[in-house]
Design a protein around this ligand. Structure first.
Ligand code: 3HC
Length: 295
């Protein structure tokens, strides 16, 4: 597959990251098949794309025509085989669990065109292990976007043990077509680069609060206004999804050791399904107005 031959992209999973990646691909001029397992999920994803494109137009980041044209390029599916018809690239964005991802790619190989290239937006899991359930591990790599994809510039392109140089170059080219900056990650290790640094930071912030040394608001105020990061640690956890950070940590804990044990505060939020913005509440209450961080 050459970059100029890529026309249609199948995005499997219409959640937070899935619909954001679909939007980015559509804005870059690709035809997009957005697929999820239930009509309601895929419809929600489509509505989020519509909202986001409207917001970008309102803020003059794109014009109205570009927003309309991008939305027109997105088709929604529940049937997996239909979503994969004519796909040149398949981007898997299903929940961050190896068993689910393997199950999806196990089905994808039965329906995807022979020449299609496969990527995963996994935040931490082994690219090599996942590639080995497919019939084309040399045409498989990580393509890790950041939340919200439409605003974040970086994309990690991660090589598995079997990934070919051609595949890495194709996906780096695709990221650039999407107006992103690809960074190649040569070692397929848990959390890659960004999450290996970022997720322990969120965990440490949670341990500080868990031990009673500071409040959520004080930690966020310090990270945001004193350290100059764009969001406080808890605000960011709510943005990416507390469950996403938790699953990354769980995997890093399993593979890399004790230093990465998830803080009970995160476990409690996941158990209560208070996952952040997407559920209306996490460390902050979004139905009650969202984060109020002292300056
Ligand atoms: N689409 C369109 N508009 C959006 C949007 C989206 N997806 N998400 C938010 N917006 C809108 C908001 O509604 C707001 O609009 P409003 O002013 O009308 O309420 C507006 O964007 C805010 O944008 P601004 O440029 O005015 O605000 P900021 O300068 O604060 O920028 C930001 C917003 C770019 C999200 C910035 O806060 C930021 O960079 N935050 C850090 C995000 C980050 O670090 N992400 C990476 C997380 S790690 C990850 O994703 C990996 C994973 O594997 C865990």
């Amino acid at each position: 597959m050459r970059l100029e031959d890529v026309q249609r992209i199948a995005v499997l999973g219409a959640g937070n990251m899935g619909h954001g990646i679909a939007e980015v691909a559509a804005l870059a001029g690709y035809d997009v098949a957005l697929r999820d397992i239930e009509e309601e999920f895929v419809r929600d994803g489509y509505d989020q794309i519509e909202w986001s494109l409207g917001k970008l137009a309102e803020k003059d980041r794109i014009d109205e025509e570009a927003a309309e044209a991008a939305l027109d390029r997105v088709e929604t599916f529940v049937d997996l085989a239909d979503s994969l018809a004519d796909a040149d690239v398949v981007i898997e964005v299903v929940p961050e669990r190896m068993d689910i991802k393997k199950d999806v790619y196990g089905q994808v190989v039965e329906h995807a065109p022979e020449e299609a290239v496969f990527v995963t937006n996994t935040s931490s899991l082994s690219i090599t292990e996942l590639s080995e359930v497919t019939d084309r591990p040399e045409r498989f790599c990580g393509m890790h976007f950041f939340n919200p994809p439409v605003r974040m510039d970086l994309v990690e392109v991660i090589s598995g043990k079997h990934t070919s140089e051609d595949t890495l170059e194709l996906i780096e080219g695709l990221a650039e077509e999407m107006d992103k900056t690809p960074v190649r990650v040569r070692k397929d290790s848990p959390g890659f680069i960004v999450n290996r640094v970022l997720v322990p930071l969120m965990n440490e912030a949670a341990w500080i609060v868990e031990s009673g040394d500071a409040t959520i608001e004080t930690v966020d105020s310090t990270t945001k206004y004193d350290m100059g990061l764009p969001m406080g640690s808890f605000e960011l956890a709510d943005q990416v999804g507390i469950d996403v950070g938790y699953h990354v940590l769980e995997y890093m804990h399993e593979v890399l050791g004790e230093a990465y044990r998830p803080c009970p505060l995160l476990v409690e939020k996941v158990e209560n399904e208070e996952l952040g913005r997407k559920t209306g509440a996490g460390f902050y209450d979004y139905e009650g107005g969202g984060a109020e961080i002292p300056t």
